[in-house]
Design a protein around this ligand. Structure first.
Ligand code: GTP
Ligand code: MG
Length: 337
């Protein structure tokens, strides 16, 4: 009786293994297996980042055409083949829940600010803070770069700095404030200065190399400021569409990577005056609908009474609009007593 049972268990295990192997074979297909893709075309595709079937499957025909000079018919065919060879599409609610369970919430230092965001700054999401100068956007970025290292022993923060505001001295203060080893904390922050919007976009794409090639355990990517270069470079009528297109692409790169590698993206954004608003707050975030739509959480920061800051959650998938007070001091982001 017992004997039989063991045999039964083994055969089940066997068939499970077989199924797994078949699935693995399917996944191991590369862009070289696509019909009509020779070595030269494959190299061109890889050179611009189409390194696997998934990247082809989610590309638009014009992107493939621009990259390789191939015809429209072939481009469409490649996308179709890539799509059908991948298991794309629907996820069950259960699978989604499993993914949600992997979400980590990075602590800011202020309990009020954390709970405004449902417990902290989520991995797999883009959190945008917008507000006037001195409202605390950069300070929060520094604090998160330190605090995210509490998540894992080898956790790494990436800081894409567009306005030359990253300060290692400030990191040292914050690490001390959080009771962490300053040297170690500094070592695990990778900073890159972005000199223009194209450079900024490229740096965002390169984050994947840090993970895949260097094996870094990236838990946070800060982009401070998300919009400053775009705003400075695309001025005047006729450039807005191009700016929005590029911003859109940039945001999608960030979101795709955040999702694939389970890190948090924290971006900062300025506000501009709205001459048409007479009542309420006469400011609005840069980047319009594109940035608003791509951000998973949007927080509006303003200066409050006695040096405090007020954070208002203005957009989130499941949390109510509400406000939290905090302040910044030498040791970090703190709750208002
Ligand atoms: P812009 O980048 O100019 O739009 O502003 P921001 O929103 O990034 O402001 P930032 O985060 O740089 O806020 C700076 C503010 O943090 C200062 O005005 C101080 O009020 C406050 N702050 C409080 N304590 C400290 C501290 O120890 N160091 C620093 N650097 N700032 C502190
Ligand atoms: Mg700043």
């Amino acid at each position: 009786m017992e004997q039989e049972l063991i045999v039964e268990v083994e055969s089940k295990e066997d068939s499970r293994r077989k199924r797994k192997e078949i699935k693995m074979e399917k996944q191991e297909k590369t862009i070289y297996d696509l019909p009509g893709v020779g070595a030269a075309t494959a190299e061109k595709l890889i050179a611009v980042g189409f390194t696997d079937l998934m990247s082809i499957a989610v590309a638009s025909p014009s992107e493939l055409i621009d990259a390789t000079g191939m015809g429209d018919v072939l481009a469409k065919k490649l996308i179709a083949v890539a799509r059908s060879s991948l298991e794309m599409g629907f996820e069950s609610g259960e699978e989604l829940l499993k993914r949600r369970e992997k979400v980590i919430r990075i602590q800011s230092g202020s309990k009020a600010l954390n709970s405004l965001l449902g417990g902290g700054f989520e991995t797999g999401a883009i959190v945008e803070c917008f507000g006037e100068f001195g409202s605390g956007k950069t300070q929060i970025g520094h604090a998160l770069a330190v605090q995210c290292q509490k998540v894992d022993k080898d956790a790494v923060a990436v800081f894409i700095d567009t306005e030359n505001t990253f300060r290692p001295e400030r990191i040292i203060q914050l690490a001390k404030g959080a009771g962490m080893d300053e040297e170690q904390v500094l070592k695990n922050i990778k900073v890159a200065r972005a000199y223009n919007s194209d450079h900024q976009m490229l740096l965002a794409e390169k984050v994947e190399d840090l993970i895949k090639k260097q094996g870094l355990n990236v838990k946070l990517v800060v982009v401070d400021s998300l919009t400053a270069h775009f705003r400075a470079e695309f001025i005047g009528r006729g450039t807005l569409a191009e700016r929005q297109q590029k911003l859109n692409k940039h945001m999608h790169t960030l979101l795709k990577l955040a999702d694939a590698h389970n890190f948090c993206v924290y971006v900062t954004n300025q506000v501009m005056a709205r001459p048409d608003v007479f009542f309420g707050d006469p400011t609005q975030a840069i980047g319009g609908h594109i940035v608003a739509h791509a951000s998973t959480f949007r927080v509006y920061l303003r200066k409050g009474k006695k040096g405090t800051r007020v954070a208002k959650l203005v957009d989130s998938p499941s949390l109510p609009e509400s406000e939290a007070g905090f302040y910044v001091d030498e040791s970090g982001i703190k709750d208002v007593e």
